[in-house]
Design a binder for this molecule. Structure first.
Ligand code: 2RA
Length: 400
């Protein structure tokens, strides 16, 4: 997809295949795909079917994802008539530049959402739990980046390239029922970063050959734990290089020159919360609990893009040539798969990019001669962009 700064939208060269019945999807893939843009270093504009541009609020604007929301809104030229920047009392009164204008950051309160059409939340689960329903009651459509509502029934959990049909009939703010419009409104959940980064490249393969089993290992960047974790990585790296002891504050372990099992809570089954998010969210997004999924999530000393090693077992034959062809035209995916020069995706390549980078596409040789079908991939995606802010803004674009 491409666009220009004059407010027109061009269609992507590669829209998703109309999904198969197996995924239970029946939607206008071409129309939905038109809303899912790629930045590719230039400003991408999205045309709107609304008569007036929405009043937008960003909740948690001083955080790492909050700042990325602003970058993405600006780069994609997201239409807005009014912009409200909300944060905790601590940040209220500070200023923020956006599109050449200076905005005053306001304290998030119960009256913050009067007149707001779309509210992008990234201020943690407890803030979302309290203020998400308040914003929605006030008439805003909420796109929530926390885990507060992801597994709640009737709350859509959406990756625009994967299940845009989950938003069929939804509308932004004042186009919602009770607001003079006929669309559905309320809270929409943005999936966990690791889930998004996994499903964008895996879904085009799933649609063709049906994933029976998926094993994934993540290599997760500091950004997933927020600004403080990014600072901790930098400070510890400097300290260790200067011969000073590393002082863990955010994480229990030394972060610089180390890696450790993901910092989320452990469950009695031996998996941590992040790992179970990948399983449960993938089942909800695909609308298919029969796919067997297991994850191992690891925090690595990388600043802002996650990597994942993904192993897929398919119901039907899918060779690496066909997989490369499918991924080469999948929206939101860039192939970097050059065996000759040993060039494959890296977190640095993926940083500040919209697409998920995919490479190391190879047949599972352990299944040779068994009649079973397996492929391995290595993917990298910017956790703050497609893993968080970009995906949320793309969701809002689907509703314009
Ligand atoms: C992480 N789950 O730990 C987070 C980001 N959403 O990387």
């Amino acid at each position: 997809m491409g666009g220009n700064s004059k407010g027109t939208t061009t269609y992507p060269s590669a829209c998703p295949r109309p999904p198969t019945k197996r995924l239970g999807i029946g939607y206008n893939a071409r129309l939905d795909c038109a809303r899912v843009g790629r930045v590719e270093g230039k400003e991408t504009a999205v045309s709107s079917s609304r008569s007036s541009a929405p009043h937008v609020a960003v909740v948690g604007v001083t955080g790492a994802v909050g700042q990325e929301f602003l970058a993405v809104l600006e780069q994609r030229n997201f239409p807005f008539s009014n912009l409200k920047l909300l944060a905790s009392a601590r940040s209220a009164g500070k200023t923020q530049e956006f599109k050449g204008k200076t905005y005053k950051i306001e304290e998030l309160t119960e009256t913050s959402f009067k007149g707001v059409d779309v509210a992008l939340f990234s201020a943690g689960g407890s803030i979302s739990k309290k203020f998400g329903p308040i914003a929605s009651e006030a008439g805003a459509t909420v796109v929530d980046n926390s885990s507060a509502f992801r597994m709640t029934e009737n709350i859509p959990l959406v990756v625009p390239e994967v299940n845009p049909e989950a938003l069929k009939g939804w509308a932004i703010g004042r186009a919602a029922p009770g607001q003079g419009g006929g669309g559905k409104a309320g809270i929409i959940a943005n999936p966990n970063c690791s889930t998004i980064i996994m499903l964008v490249p895996v879904t085009p393969l799933h649609r063709v050959a049906h994933v029976k089993r998926m094993l994934v290992s993540t290599y997760q960047a500091a950004s997933g734990a927020g600004y403080a974790a990014m600072q901790e990585l930098e400070t510890q790296t400097r300290d260790v290089l200067a011969g000073r002891p590393a002082q863990p504050k955010i994480f229990k372990h030394q972060y610089a020159f180390n890696l450790f099992s993901h910092n989320s809570d452990m469950y009695p089954n031996g998996y941590n919360q992040e790992e179970m998010k990948m399983v449960n969210e993938a089942h909800k997004i695909w609308g298919d609990k029969s796919v067997h999924i297991a994850a191992t999530c690891v925090r690595v000393p990388v600043m802002r893009a996650h990597a994942e090693s993904i192993y897929l077992e398919f119901a039907e034959a899918l060779d690496e040539k066909k997989a490369r062809e499918l991924l080469g035209k999948a929206p939101g995916v860039t192939l970097i798969d050059d065996r000759e020069s040993n060039r494959f995706p890296t977190p640095l390549d993926a940083s500040h990019k919209d697409d998920i980078l995919v490479g190391r596409i190879r047949q599972d040789i352990s299944l040779n001669g068994s009649g079973q079908h397996g492929l391995a991939l290595f993917v990298c995606g910017d956790q703050l962009r497609k893993g968080a802010a970009l995906n949320a803004v793309q969701i809002a674009e689907l509703l314009l």
